[in-house]
Design a protein around this ligand. Structure first.
Ligand SMILES: *Cc1c(COP(=O)(O)O)cnc(C)c1O
Length: 387
């Protein structure tokens, strides 16, 4: 048997060793992490729904009705009325004919690629796409190509080299890039996909619930219609504060997924109570616009504070605000010093991001107060000086 230790030691030497640390409180602005009270700036719970009293009550009530486990896959007897209603409500909210639930976003992306593509087809991906989209493209067996980040000319060049007119072409992109916070140039991508007869699929894990006038995501942000983006995917464990994911699209697309996607067919349905909780999140998003408004105000406030203290943040309009450090060791050091000072900000390193772009990934939530943001932006400048 192979000795596993040397590879682990090598990771430590490279400052790439990953460790799990224990949280002992709900997701909220102030959490107990490794037995220490800290202000969290790394959660994807952008609207603060994960610990919303109404969501918790709905979940408890649903458990009384449905029990805890869903017992089987959707195609056996795990597809409850709660799942079914949530799918209908997601379709209605996003404006697509139908939507289908998955247990996780990772599985949704794998399942979609595998359902739509085979080895005769082509898949094109933004270089900075989320790992689940990359893995989905690779596992599908289709010809796999990555284009330069958010660069539609680079994509066009790659598409124009496809010589097989019968092959399917699927373009996959994050809506909001998860480590950079920038938004995909969807209007240009949509136009290119139409003229080149390609499918466009957007993974809006970080835009759903946070972007656009009413939180409908990146399509609303750009005033695009569902015809511009035939396949829309978003996760429920981020702004919705629950767990799981969905894909929205045409009736034929959803039926194809049900028939073909192995990560849909061969897995247990998410608990019904999670589906009910997500229905509650969708209602909160529509009935309590103050959460989204507060998030947007916090983003503006954070950027103003950074400007005033001379912090060199990236040009991001979203809840993801990266501070690029470059060197892995420095990024880890600053993250540790922030922790000692009572702030939880994760250092993101290769291979999650390209070499030399290690960063602090700061995320904002509707639950942050101005005092939380003031404290972080006041603490950062001294720590950023090279040690
Ligand atoms: C989080 C995320 C996923 C994975 O979703 P999970 O439900 O956590 O598996 C997929 N795509 C993007 C862009 C994400 O940020």
């Amino acid at each position: 048997m192979k000795n596993l230790r040397p590879a682990l030691e090598e990771k430590k030497r490279q400052h790439r060793y990953r460790k799990r640390r224990i949280i002992n409180s709900p997701q909220q602005a102030e959490i107990i992490f490794e037995n220490k009270n800290v202000i969290s700036f790394c959660s994807n719970d952008y609207l603060g729904f994960a610990n919303h009293p109404q969501l918790k009550q709905t979940t408890c009530d649903a458990i009384k009705k449905y029990g805890v486990g869903s017992g089987s896959a959707h195609l056996v007897n795990g597809h409850t009325m709660a799942h079914h209603q949530l799918e209908q409500e997601l379709a209605e909210f996003t404006g697509y004919p139908r939507a289908i639930l998955f247990s996780t976003g990772y599985m949704a992306n794998l399942g979609l690629c595998q359902a739509l593509l085979d080895k005769n087809d082509f898949v094109f991906e933004d270089r900075l796409n989320h790992a689940s989209l990359i893995d989905g493209g690779l596992i599908s067996g289709a010809r796999f190509q990555r284009y330069l980040h958010n660069n539609v000319d680079s994509l066009q060049q790659k598409i124009s080299k496809v010589e097989k007119p019968t092959a399917e072409k699927l373009i996959l992109t994050d809506g909001v890039f998860s480590m950079d916070g920038d938004i995909a140039n969807l209007p240009a991508l949509a136009t290119l996909c139409k003229t080149s007869d390609s499918w466009l699929m957007v993974d809006d894990a970080h835009g759903f619930g946070t972007l656009g006038e009413t939180g409908k995501g990146c399509l609303q942000h750009f005033s695009l219609s569902n015809n511009d983006v035939p396949i829309y995917m978003a996760t429920l464990g981020k702004a919705m504060g629950t767990a799981g994911a969905f894909i929205a699209g045409s009736d034929a697309l959803i039926e194809t997924i049900i028939q073909q996607a192995r990560t849909y067919i061969y897995t247990t349905a998410m608990p019904a109570a999670i589906a009910e909780a997500t229905r509650c999140s969708l209602k909160l998003l529509q009935n309590e616009p103050e959460h989204l408004q507060k998030l947007k105000r916090n983003i503006t406030y954070f950027r103003n504070c950074c400007e005033q203290t001379g912090l060199n943040i990236e040009n991001s309009q979203t809840a993801i605000q990266p501070l690029i450090i470059g060197d892995e060791k420095q990024a880890v050091r600053i993250s540790q010093q922030l922790f000692d000072a009572g702030f939880l900000v994760t250092a993101i390193r290769p291979p999650t991001v390209p070499k030399g772009t290690s960063r602090l990934r700061i995320t904002l939530s509707a639950r942050h107060s101005r005092a939380h943001i003031d404290a972080l932006t006041a603490a950062l400048p001294a720590l950023l000086k090279p040690a």
